[in-house]
Write a protein that binds this ligand. Structure first.
Ligand SMILES: [Zn+2]
Length: 382
């Protein structure tokens, strides 16, 4: 088990930060992604302001991060480079992480991953603390503009790949000895050009040579499996979304097993976690394509009870009755509308607004709310 503390540096938006964290949390395994509420502030006097026109493109070539002018023409129209950007030294970044670790009493065994919009002295996407502490950073800016996708995917990808590299390699010379200078679609490709970053995300894999190496070095297989399921999940979600732009069909939904897990197989088996009561309401709406008004919920009490009795995991059967009474009585309690808004926000977090709209019960207050998706896209399985 490893705890990975994601930390936001102050200029990175809290909203984007939470979207990345929520995405990572949808994948189960020994890597536990957490956050402390407190963000980290890189001191103003440590920021070097660099005007864009001073970038020497030739000398930037070996830097794995950004050569802005190389963005393909089709993307230039979306992207105005800022007149200047802020650069920070690695030493400052990692010193700040270490101070944070001390002040928040984070164990030396836990990972800290700082997400920051600031560029860094060597222009890397992601790097680990050369002093050997488990401090890492991931650069969060401009991704939309050169992978052409949702910002969450490249950032989440680099979080897990940085952690796995830190677990595999002992230091930078060790890492350099194994990085692939020629891209082979492996996590350990050294990406000197942005175009290749996009390749890395699309092929999302670990090559057999790197698998062997990790085996020899006793990297926990459960960690490797989790990392693979995250990068495969991210790739599937990205591919689904880019196809979706051409052919907007909703993703399939699977309701699986006795506990009625809510899974989207097209999106890398993404699972949306509802509480038993939220799930009860969600399944009721799924059963009724015609829609249900809030005030009609009382008429569906027997069905609600039946669903909830199958999902209830507490020890007091009388609670089933109590909870369903309150869920189906919108005059007395807010239970149903609270749960509906939590269902909506969980789906939006997991699927993004564009895909989520097919799956949360939609409708104005007094009208019937319905889940829009055609029920042929919904499959019930063992
Ligand atoms: Zn490899």
């Amino acid at each position: 088990m490893h705890t990975i503390w994601l930390i936001r540096s102050h200029e990175y938006s809290a909203e984007k930060f939470w979207e990345v964290l929520e995405l990572l949390k949808t994948f189960q395994g020994p890597l536990q992604f957490r956050t402390q509420e407190k963000h980290l502030e890189i001191p103003q006097d440590q920021l070097e302001e660099v005007p864009f026109e001073t970038i020497d493109l030739d000398s930037q070539k070996l830097e794995p991060m950004v050569v802005y002018e190389k963005i393909s023409n089709s993307m230039v129209q979306y992207f105005e480079p800022p007149p200047s950007y802020h650069k920070v030294s690695w030493e400052t970044i990692f010193d700040q992480c270490q101070e944070y670790r001390t002040s928040q009493r984070i164990s030396e065994n836990d990972f800290i991953v700082l997400l920051t919009e600031h560029s860094n002295e060597y222009g890397w996407f992601t790097a680990g603390d050369p002093k050997g502490q488990r401090n890492l950073f991931v650069h969060t800016a401009f991704w939309e503009h050169y992978t052409g996708s949702d910002h969450r995917y490249p950032v989440a990808y680099h979080v897990v790949s940085a952690v796995l590299k830190r677990l595999t390699f002992t230091n930078y010379s060790d890492l350099n000895a194994y990085l692939h200078k020629e891209a082979r679609g492996c996590m350990n490709d050294f990406c000197a050009e942005k175009k290749k970053v996009s390749l890395k995300l699309r092929t999302a894999d670990i090559c057999p040579a790197c698998m062997d190496l990790m085996d020899r070095r006793n990297v926990d297989r459960a960690v490797i499996r989790q990392v693979l399921s995250i990068i495969e999940g991210i790739r599937d979600q990205m591919l689904f979304k880019s196809r979706w732009k051409l052919d907007p069909k909703p993703p399939k939904l699977q309701v699986k097993g006795e506990s009625k897990r809510i899974i989207f197989p097209d999106l890398g088996s993404l699972e949306v976690k509802f509480t038993p009561l939220e799930k009860t309401l969600f399944l009721l709406y799924l059963n009724h394509p015609e829609g249900i008004k809030l005030v009609e919920l009382n008429d569906f009490k027997p069905e609600l009870k039946r669903i909830y009795a199958g999902l209830y995991n507490g020890s007091d059967p009388a609670m089933v009755e109590v909870s369903i009474d309150s869920l189906s009585n919108p005059w007395k309690t807010n239970s149903a509308s609270e749960k509906l808004s939590r269902i909506k926000s969980k789906l939006i977090h997991a699927l993004g607004t564009d895909l989520a709209q097919f799956y949360y019960p939609k409708g104005e207050n007094a009208e019937a709310r319905k889940i829009e998706v055609e029920r042929e896209w919904v499959e019930y399985s063992e």
